[in-house]
Design a protein around this ligand. Sequence first.
Ligand SMILES: Cc1cc2nc3c(=O)[nH]c(=O)nc-3n(C[C@H](O)[C@H](O)[C@H](O)COP(=O)(O)O)c2cc1C
Length: 199
Amino acid sequence: MDALDILIIPGSARAGSLNRRLAAFAARSASDAGLRVRELDLRALKLPLYDGDLEASSGVPEGAHELAQAIRESDGLLFVTPEYNGFPTPLVVNAFDWLSRIAATPSRPAGLAVTANKPVGLLSASPGPGGALRSMNFMRQYLQMAFAMLVVPQQFALARAHEAFDEAGGLQDAKAARSVQTVLASLAALAQALKTAAR
Ligand SMILES: Cc1cc2nc3c(=O)[nH]c(=O)nc-3n(C[C@H](O)[C@H](O)[C@H](O)COP(=O)(O)O)c2cc1C
């Protein structure tokens, strides 16, 4: 059986990001479970803030097409997002707003066609006690309602994330590590079922 391709998207790109650390831990767990992973740096897409005038004059930026292509090539996505004032970060929302503006051409599907029925898992991390749980609840609604994605029911919020990692980047709490693995396992199971059904 071919390995599944999982695209991991951290919602923060800053150096020292706790969510990038959790994404790195999830990537290692996914590799250990036999999944093929690619981590996408949303900042590297160099997307300007969405602006209708810019779109009218220059079209959808290349970075949004890169994002669409990466999603197209994956069997499932894993978001690892902080929350800013209870909401997913502008880095994620802006990238997906641009993605939604890609229209279909004879050689390329629309942005919204690329996301439709794509399995998604959600993780979040914060130094606070809630672990950015609220961002995942918005992400679930946003990705399902606007992008027709299939978000698996399991999710995990890493609270007090600044104290959660050991020096090797592992999670000190075995229960937290298992929760990450549970999200990955549900994502992989759904992705595998859809891949098998599409054959
Ligand atoms: C604008 C802003 C708003 C924030 N709002 C929240 C919040 O609502 N809940 C929370 O737990 N942390 C909040 N934080 C703190 C972030 O969780 C913290 O900066 C975290 O480290 C960001 O994720 P990162 O380390 O992956 O970059 C906020 C931070 C910023 C910059």
